[in-house]
Write a protein that binds this ligand. Structure first.
Ligand code: ATP
Ligand code: MG
Length: 437
């Protein structure tokens, strides 16, 4: 893609309404455009990043055997009356009527809908366990939408639901999901801490929030630094190993302010390991047993032919929030550097443009074609402006690698730079191999 052709309305001004870096940067680099309070359009650059995140989430859900499906955004109020949440959910739920006057709503979450799908399809324990998920827009009429895509009304979420015969089996599903979440965030270059959490309106007795560290986060967190020493690669994908993994994580102190008690913090965490900081919740998992299956009559036959309520858990990841959260976690010294796995482009070519001499731009186009052939997603900045402005702009767009075509690039030896490091002179073959691995 040539930058001059890309629909990316970059602005130099810092939008006044944006209070935190990710919101400012997403507006400045034309990743999103607000359409009304808490509702955004995703423009090509932002959409690309979100799709990459979505794909990592999808791959890691599929890896643990979860199956993708798609439920509608608009739901009937009937099922929410069955579970008793129609009243409880309050004003965050956007309620609508269709032309027949039927009560409908824009789904804030899908426990009821998936329970309804499940109860009409599965009757026997023999079909269990099952984990189903979808990646779909949600709507919550947040009282104070803020921080851009971090807390908005309409947002993109992956939500998964597990179905098991017994509590014990359900905890195995929970552990798989716990593992999948940590792998997902690792692949995005994020260090996520699982924290014991309150279960809130979803209800239930076992719940973890996955929080990434960022000064601008809404949650205050208290944790033992040793949580970062655990290496996920040490665990295999089997029941015993996953159980050990969850124990290892949950044995290390990490809580949000809702659960914080100073005495416990001092008792369980050595002074030098105490970490008090802020974080952003990017995922939340719950085990709530028969909270929905019981009132909604979602029954299955057990081994003795006895009817029992299926045991369920639900598991959310804020896919659109993660775009902003990743910026908060990676923006440093006026430079945004996307992790390679979710960067909008793999590399950008920056030719120094001279109207009287097309040598640099010709060379840039040649390299562009070469890289394209190797399936490298490359951006060519063909905009006619001076190099210092180009560098400033790309410090914000955040593509991690640059090929600079100016005085230092001679013949086949090219100036290659990774953001936040010194540039080096490399052959195109070396550059290709760096970009591919
Ligand atoms: P929060 O406490 O931040 O309101 P929640 O506990 O209500 O979140 P869940 O219902 O568990 O959130 O939703 C799963 C995930 O969806 C959250 O971990 C978060 O990443 C994301 N999410 C929730 N609400 C919003 C929102 N208003 N805007 C963007 N993302 C959201
Ligand atoms: Mg909420």
């Amino acid at each position: 893609m040539y930058l001059s052709k890309l629909f990316v309305p970059i602005t130099k001004d810092i939008p006044a309404e944006a209070k935190i870096k990710s919101h400012q940067l997403m507006l400045q680099t034309g990743m999103i455009k607000q359409s009304s309070a808490g509702i955004y359009s995703w423009l090509p650059l932002g959409f690309k990043v979100m799709k990459k995140i979505e794909n990592i989430v999808r791959e890691e859900q599929n890896f643990i055997g979860a199956q993708e499906m798609l439920m509608p955004t608009i739901q009937s109020a009937e099922i929410w009356k069955e579970s008793g949440r129609y009243e409880d959910y309050g004003e965050e739920m956007l309620r609508i009527k269709d032309r027949q006057g039927r009560e409908m709503l824009y789904g804030p979450t899908n426990e009821e809908l998936i329970t309804d799908v499940f109860r009409s399809s599965v009757k026997s324990y023999k079909s269990l366990p099952q984990i189903l998920y979808h990646i779909q827009w949600k709507f919550r009429d947040e009282i104070r939408p803020r921080f851009g895509v971090m807390r908005c009304k309409e947002f993109f979420m992956k939500d998964a639901y597990s179905f098991d015969l017994t509590d014990e089996d359900a905890k195995k599903s929970y552990n798989k999901m716990f593992y999948s979440y940590l792998k997902t965030f690792n692949r995005m270059g994020l260090k996520a801490i699982p924290m014991a959490a309150d279960t809130g309106p979803i209800g239930g007795d076992l719940s973890h929030e996955f929080v990434i560290l960022a000064e601008t986060g809404e949650s205050q967190i208290y944790a033992d630094k040793n949580i970062f020493q655990i290496d996920l690669n040490e665990y295999k994908f089997d029941e015993a190993s996953l159980k050990k993994m969850r124990n290892d994580f949950t044995n290390i102190y990490a809580v949000t302010d809702e659960k914080f008690k100073k005495d416990n913090f001092d008792k369980f965490v050595k002074k030098e390991n105490q970490m008090i900081t802020r974080g952003i919740e990017v995922g939340h998992i719950f085990y709530f047993s028969d909270k929905y299956s019981e009132p909604m009559n979602c029954l299955i036959d057990d081994k003795n032919g006895k009817k029992t309520s299926v045991k369920m858990g639900s598991y959310g990841i804020g896919v659109s929030r993660l775009v902003g959260a990743t910026i908060e976690a990676n923006y440093n010294n006026n430079v945004m550097k996307w992790p390679k796995s979710i960067s909008p482009f793999d590399v950008v070519i920056l030719p120094s443009i001279n109207k009287n001499n097309t040598e640099n731009i010709d060379k840039a186009e040649k390299i562009y074609k070469e890289l394209k052939k190797q399936n490298i997603d490359v951006l060519l900045d063909d905009v006619d402006e001076n190099m210092s402005n180009k560098f400033k702009k790309h410090d914000l767009i955040g593509i991690p690698f640059q090929i600079i075509i100016g005085s230092k690039s001679k013949g086949d030896e090219l100036e290659f730079k990774e953001l936040n490091s010194k540039s080096e002179i490399l052959s195109l073959d070396k550059i290709k191999s760096k970009l591919i691995t």
